[in-house]
Design a protein around this ligand. Structure first.
Ligand SMILES: [Ca+2]
Length: 451
């Protein structure tokens, strides 16, 4: 009887687990978007030193704040780059290595009321430590930040110069989400991916409003790895309940198992998250997180995209898929993946278009590759399967993007490469582009050449 009851319980659990975790496909290039669209990149402005992000303030579609990796935030106003920057913190940003510098700028969701915004960058004086600092706009001039208003919100030491992540974004819940890479070198030498005691290799979630003056931020009470004090007892707790406790986990963690989430975005309509996780040697991936789903494991370093890591190579130095076909898969699988063989080497997410101007783009997530200049769209078809379609093959080296309140998507592109000049100011200048359907390209504008 007892065995039968256990078997019934196991069967019930299996059913409920599969109901809670619907399986989805992992799309590869070659699919067709449910809403067919042809797109072009229209140049907005050039002359930027390694631009990596574009930010726009809530309710304001007219001003583009461009993050230059060297630590300068330039302002494009009514299509013209302003002479004076919005913010210049180059004397505290280290940018001599390609993956370091000013990463991102985000405006507080209530910016129109409180004038607060946030930058994330690699700090020069703290050996590349990630800093997230709050500033306020000048009370006298909306085109200028107040440099004296700096308040350090968050800092996180980086063991190596690479895999810093960098993206910050406010979720639909008003909390700040932070992309943090695995700490660097290659192959997750620190074992950070599956380690809940480190902030490396994660998406973090914090409240930028501290609850006490001696802290830079506070922890949202429903973060997934907080252990409530009431549960810290060793007796009278079921094994199942113990299994859910992570007494050493960092409470800032939202999700884990990410290699280098340099970009991620929220769908402005649904609140779902798309993570462009940069892969190693063989595959790039896009992860999808339904709104509010906490504590997800995206698999690194057990997995790179849908493939076990490390991948054994065959006699011709190609991944030996036969050797790993029965290997266990760990964590949530991506919705899209592509190979380094002919598709690129560093995935860059741009965002989900949501707007009234271009209905044929609505609901599609757009992303590209830094190495190949290809640009894809992905969305679910009528059956619920993810489709991934190549839309452009450019010569641009994509670095990031940004989205306007009206849904318009922007793309940044720089010419910098590994092994380039130690002073990024010596790099060829990059530009900001706007993603539009080809039949909506404004007359007299420059369009990115495609192959
Ligand atoms: Ca951002």
């Amino acid at each position: 009887m007892k065995t039968k009851a256990l078997l019934a319980l196991a069967a019930a659990l299996a059913v409920s687990a599969s109901a809670a975790e619907p399986k989805h496909n992992t799309a590869v290039s070659g699919g067709k978007l449910p809403k067919p669209v042809k797109v072009a990149l229209v140049k907005v402005a050039g002359g930027f030193v390694d631009p990596v992000r574009v930010s726009l303030a809530p309710g304001d579609n007219s001003r583009l704040f461009v993050c230059e990796r060297t630590g300068v935030v330039r302002l494009i106003k009514e299509g013209k780059v302003q002479d004076k920057p919005f913010l210049d913190i180059h004397d505290t940003v280290v940018s001599s290595f390609l993956e370091q510098g000013l990463y991102d700028l985000e405006f507080h969701p209530k910016y129109t009321e409180n004038g607060k915004f946030y930058v994330s960058y690699s700090d020069m004086w703290f050996n590349g430590t990630t800093f997230i600092v709050e500033y306020q706009v000048s009370k006298k001039n909306p085109d200028r930040a107040d440099p004296e208003s700096a308040r350090v919100v968050f800092q996180m030491p980086r063991p190596y110069a690479n895999h810093n992540g960098g993206e910050i974004a406010f979720g639909p819940d008003g909390y700040m989400y932070i992309g943090s890479g695995d700490g660097g070198w290659e192959g997750d030498v620190l074992g950070a991916g599956q380690d809940l005691t480190t902030l490396l290799s994660k998406i973090l979630r914090i409240d930028v409003n501290p609850t006490s003056a001696d802290r830079g931020y506070s922890i949202p009470k429903d973060n997934p790895f907080i252990t409530p004090g009431s549960q810290m007892k060793l007796f009278g707790v079921t094994e199942e309940a113990f299994n859910k406790l992570h007494p050493n986990a960092r409470p800032e963690i939202w999700s884990f198992g990410l290699r280098n989430p340099w970009t991620f975005q929220f769908d402005p309509k649904t609140g779902d998250m798309y993570i462009a996780d940069v892969g190693q040697n063989h595959y790039e991936e896009i992860d999808f997180e339904p709104k509010g789903k906490a504590g997800v494991n995206y698999g690194w370093k057990f997995m790179c995209a849908t493939h076990p890591f490390p991948l054994p190579l065959d006699a011709s130095s190609k991944p030996d898929m036969e050797a790993v076909k029965d290997a266990p898969r760990v964590g949530e699988m991506p919705i899209c993946e592509y190979s380094h063989v002919d598709q690129g080497n560093c995935v860059i997410g741009f965002g989900v278009y949501r707007g009234t101007k271009f209905p044929q783009m609505d609901g599609t997530y757009f992303f590209g590759d830094w190495g190949s200049g290809k640009l894809w769209g992905t969305a679910r078809d009528a059956k619920g399967d993810w489709q991934m379609e190549e839309l452009l093959n450019t010569k641009l080296m994509f670095t990031g993007g940004g989205q306007a309140p009206d849904g318009t998507l922007y793309v940044t592109e720089a010419k910098a490469n590994y092994g380039g000049p130690a002073d990024p100011a010596q790099n060829e200048r990059g530009a900001v582009w706007m993603l539009v359907p080809t039949d909506k390209v404004p007359a007299g504008t420059e369009v990115a050449p495609v192959e």
